[in-house]
Design a protein around this ligand. Structure first.
Ligand code: TEU
Length: 569
């Protein structure tokens, strides 16, 4: 029998199926590919596999546009393959959490097809329909019910000529937003969730779940300087009724179930104060949330592709504030990257070949010794880097492609837009997992749907698994440490030296056991302030990025560049 909060000792591994492993040579990763690589996850020691969307989908947004919640897309395999994945993962003690994408469906989902068929459709109210702005002609520019832009460029409203109304789509026009105020919608979603739990699924990662509460009145948003559209997102995110819906979902889906689950809500724009409410166990909403504060650092006034400088102190300030805010009530999820974010080592570390391994390991050290449940995104455990994008033809992601088209139409040049795309484009993390140094990195025998990173000849699983000193072996130790040492899973957290420009340090404590993490976020050796080592010279080195780093810290009080050490007293 699992304790309800079993995930406090767990590490989650995120699989983005399209880019993980291809079993049939069509160039797209699939479920049998995932099954064939379960050894890798077991070797790493992770407890949970979060499987990105494999449901039936037109793939407008790589499966985040679902046309059948209760079937597998042929691109990825069959329901029988999924059942087998569940069984094989469970055999190895790995639980499986599925993506739950219910803020929106595909426009090809039968619910939407029905909804758009007529104003009198029984499902008309399942989506967010509005008439053209008063005094305008529907379908013409400016007639949209509000001035909101979609996350993927263009208006957030699509004109439906047949019925004369607009429907809301915060993401692509093939991702119409569901109306969660309609109880039938909620019932249908809960029934679908129960169906998956009965099939053996161990929980859900809930896509943009804090966007489900649309205000009753939708009004124009302020348009930023140089922006083409108003920002509807902040007007919608984190509505008060999200709490009600999540509580109802918990009651209807999870509460009376004999098994224990993991639920994590993806919540752009959530504050630490609200997250403490969402994750307060007494409120029975979700176990943890994915917050966006630390990955939104570096976004300028023009949005995510408009980059402004942001260094380690910013990142540390943000994450440590979240550590403190959720110290008493609630729980943090911890992540450096995922399928929407650039690669951790390229963004927060230093992917120059001379520093790549050290900084990748140091990022792992910090994340995995913080308080919360760590998530490893596929390839992060190998220190995979950003994709080398040089032309439009290298891109696959709807967000980047639409943005390029919209901005170039408005007069920007491709060359001016490229640095932003290179820095934070989502394709960075979507290149295939690098299994070997061989052809297409061992990902597929066919032509991959997106180019394999040429650095696979250096960075790949074969070169690292079981090899002392590799990024993989370091991650393996970090995962084991969380399982073995209650101070890592349950200890309190105290930030240290918060004004230091390049040293990230903190202490954990549990039942008299103390752990200190010291990490250098720079190429230069970092002399550690004496007070941080006072009383710690006799400490045990639990883990370090190299033997030399541990020795240098305890004997000379210096951390070599980009190295990190975890001490125990
Ligand atoms: O992402 C939600 C989200 O708001 C952002 O991460 C967004 O995708 C983008 O990166 C903003 O620049 C989730 C999924 O993780 C993402 O893959 C989907 O495209 C999106 O929802 C829609 O379902």
């Amino acid at each position: 029998d699992l304790p309800r909060d079993w995930w406090k000792r767990a590490v989650v591994y995120q699989v983005y199926p399209r880019s993980f492993a291809d079993s049939d040579g069509d160039g797209v990763g699939d479920l049998r590919g995932v099954i064939s690589r379960l050894d890798h996850l077991q070797r790493l020691g992770v407890d949970v596999l979060w499987l990105g969307p494999v449901y039936r989908s037109p793939q407008d947004d790589n499966g985040y546009d679902i046309s059948d919640y209760q079937d597998v897309d042929p691109l990825f395999g069959t329901l029988a393959d999924l059942d087998e994945l569940l069984a094989r993962a469970h055999d190895r003690g790995i639980r499986v959490v599925m993506d739950l994408v219910v803020n929106h469906t595909s426009d090809e989902h039968p619910w939407f097809v029905d909804s758009r068929s007529s104003r009198d459709s029984a499902r008309r109210d399942w989506y967010v329909w509005r008439p053209p702005r008063p005094g305008t002609v529907g379908g013409e520019p400016g007639a949209e019910p509000t001035n909101w832009g979609s996350v993927f460029s263009g208006s957030a409203w699509e004109w439906d000529e047949a019925t004369g109304d607009y429907y809301l789509h915060l993401f692509s026009r093939k991702q119409p937003d569901l109306n969660w105020q309609n109880p039938e919608v909620r019932e249908a979603v809960y029934a679908m969730m129960r169906w998956w739990l009965d099939r053996g699924v161990d929980g859900f990662r809930m896509d943009v779940i804090n966007l489900i509460d649309k205000p009753d009145e939708l009004v124009d948003a302020e348009v930023g300087l140089g922006d083409l559209w108003g920002q509807g997102f902040p007007m919608i995110a984190n509505g008060a009724r999200v709490h009600d819906h999540l509580r109802e979902m918990h009651e209807q889906v999870f509460a009376d179930h004999p098994r224990a689950f993991l639920t994590v809500g993806e919540m752009p724009g959530v504050t630490a104060e609200r997250a403490a409410l969402f994750t307060d166990p007494a409120r029975r909403e979700v176990d943890m949330v994915f917050q966006f504060e630390h990955v939104d650092l570096g976004s300028g006034p023009g949005g995510k592709f408009d980059r402004v400088p942001s260094g380690m102190p910013h990142l540390r300030e943000s994450l440590m504030r979240w550590q403190t805010a959720l110290a008493e009530t609630g729980w943090n999820s911890l992540y450096w990257n995922n399928h929407d974010q650039p690669r951790a080592v390229s963004r927060f570390g230093d992917d120059d070949p001379a520093w790549r391994e050290r900084s990748a390991k140091t990022l792992g050290t910090v994340l995995h010794t913080l308080r919360g449940t760590p998530y490893v995104y596929q390839g992060e455990e190998l220190g995979m880097t950003n994709a080398p994008v040089s032309g439009r033809e290298d891109l696959r992601d709807i967000e980047a492609l639409n943005y390029l088209d919209e901005m170039t139409a408005a007069g920007s040049s491709f060359e001016d837009l490229l640095p932003g795309i290179r820095a934070v484009g989502r394709d960075n993390a979507r290149t295939p997992v690098q299994w070997t140094a061989g052809r297409h990195a061992g990902f597929t025998t066919g032509e991959p749907w997106i180019a394999v990173n040429p650095d696979h000849v250096e960075i790949n699983a074969e070169a690292q698994v079981g090899v002392e000193g590799s990024v993989f072996e370091h991650y393996r130790r970090l995962v084991a440490l969380r399982h073995d040492d209650p101070v890592v899973s349950h200890g309190s957290i105290t930030p240290l030296a918060m004004d230091h420009p390049s040293l990230w340090a903190f202490e954990r404590e549990h039942e008299g056991v103390r752990l200190r993490t010291l990490a250098a976020f720079t190429r230069e050796p970092v002399p550690v302030p004496a007070e941080l080592l006072a009383g710690w010279r006799q400490a045990t080195v639990v883990l370090a990025t190299s033997d030399e780093a541990g020795r240098s810290l305890l004997e000379d009080g210096v951390l070599p560049g980009w190295e990190s050490v975890v001490l125990r007293l």
